[in-house]
Design a protein around this ligand. Structure first.
Ligand code: PMP
Length: 413
């Protein structure tokens, strides 16, 4: 069995001090937070940035010429530059702030789909997708008479790449897959998926919700057409994220929403639209959260994604090994390449009951279908218990999870 020896990140105990929320009792026990794939916790620097914005320079951006408006605009645009660096996009203008991955995918499905999809065209998604990367495509497919094809998933949670190749054809217009699965943790071979899609003449959208805090992202090297990120999955505030899109595509896509900021000139007869990114940022954006989002990028950059990934990988391996030794526990999602997510079921015990009993021990896990109902169906289960690990989690916390699950099994059987 592997053990967590020297950490490649300096000091987890010290790092935990940066996360005030972790230091509390839940149901009389020290909180063990293993619901990081749903949303991870926020370090003080992110929380402070939000407070500083509202206490120091809250103002509406872009249009104001007074000092506070200029400060707020600068801080907002600084986050865009940080996002550009984070994913290595060619231009900052290719970063569009949205509410998160869900809105980013809806933007592309609605705008790109409205302009470029026709009856009989095909959209390929995968069996691993979150509902956010299924339903927007269903909505536009229905409007346009397009068809959705689904890449099947192997028993271990990997995508069937040969089946994907067989689905691709001249009819394929869009391929939309996640970088990493929220339910199983599988890291998908997105570079290969993108290259094959491009050979078929399709554009590719990558749902990066579960990748941003863990995996390196270089949109130029990947050559993806769209990439979607949520701040709240990467130590930033909720309610904000961004869409990356290649300029040549964003320039020719129609606006998603109409309103202030996205226009050049408005008359009752005719309106002309602003340049990207503003064309897609109608209305007053979520300024405070965008400003604080910058601190999340810096937090990850300072720790180093390779360090984060290496540490979390050891937590994952330890958890998977220990869970698999427990009687009646079946691991769901055993692909060789995974982010730090481990789903499991226990024969004869409903996942909700397990979640509730772990909660009485102060352990927060997610239970249910994780917004991936088709995937659950493919495994012929209703849902799983999902423990997902972050940089502030420890081996000792995993021991508490194992002890809890072990007790539940013994108590219920
Ligand atoms: N895709 C995946 C893979 C996710 O895990 C999530 C969040 N659970 C989403 C999309 C949706 O993200 P958001 O709710 O932040 O828009």
């Amino acid at each position: 069995m592997s053990t967590l020896t020297t950490l490649s990140v300096p000091d987890i105990a010290k790092l935990r001090e940066e996360f005030p929320i972790l230091h509390q009792k839940v149901n009389g026990k020290n909180l063990v937070y293993f619901d990081n794939a749903a949303t991870n916790q926020k370090p003080k620097r992110v929380i402070n940035a939000l407070v500083n914005y509202y206490e120091g320079f809250n103002a509406n951006i872009h249009r104001g010429i007074h000092t506070l408006a200029e400060r707020a605009t600068r801080a907002f645009e600084d986050t865009r530059l940080e996002a550009q660096r984070f994913i290595n996009s060619r231009e900052a203008e290719e970063i569009i702030f949205t509410r998160g991955v869900t809105e980013s995918i809806n933007l592309v499905a609605s705008s790109y789909g409205r302009a470029f999809l026709n009856a009989g065209d095909e959209i390929i998604i995968s069996g691993l997708e979150h509902h956010s990367n299924i339903v927007p495509w269903q909505l536009i497919a229905e409007q346009k008479g397009a068809l959705i094809k689904v890449i099947p998933v192997h028993e271990n949670g990997e995508l069937n790449v040969e089946a994907y190749q067989a689905l691709l054809s001249a009819k394929t217009k869009i391929v939309a897959v996640n970088h990493a699965s929220n339910s199983l943790g599988t890291i998908n071979p997105i570079k290969h998926i993108i290259d094959l899609a491009h050979e078929a003449g399709a554009v590719v959208l990558i749902d990066g919700a579960q990748a941003a805090a863990h995996l390196p992202i270089d949109v130029q090297a990947l050559d993806c057409d769209f990439y979607c990120v949520s701040s709240h999955k990467m130590y930033g505030p909720t309610g904000v994220g961004f869409l990356y899109g290649k300029r040549e595509l964003l320039d020719k896509m129609p606006p998603y929403m109409g309103g202030g900021e996205m226009i050049k000139d408005v008359s009752f007869e005719r309106t002309t639209y602003n340049d990207i990114p503003y064309k897609f940022e109608a209305g007053t954006p979520n300024i405070g959260d965008v400003v604080a989002f910058k601190e999340a990028f810096l937090f990850i950059n300072e720790l180093g994604k390779e360090n984060i990934a290496a540490y979390e990988h050891r937590l994952l391996q330890y958890a998977a090994e220990r869970l698999s030794t427990l009687p009646s526990v079946r691991l769901i999602g055993t692909a060789p390449e995974k982010v730090s997510v481990q789903s499991f079921v226990i024969e004869g015990i409903h996942h909700f009951d397990i979640g509730q009993m772990l909660d009485t021990r102060g352990i927060a896990v997610r239970t249910g279908h994780h917004c991936t109902q088709p995937l659950m169906e493919c495994f012929r289960i209703e849902g799983t218990v999902r423990a997902s690990f972050s940089i502030y989690n420890t081996k000792e916390e995993i021991d508490l999870l194992i002890e809890g699950v072990d007790r539940i099994v013994k108590f219920m059987k």
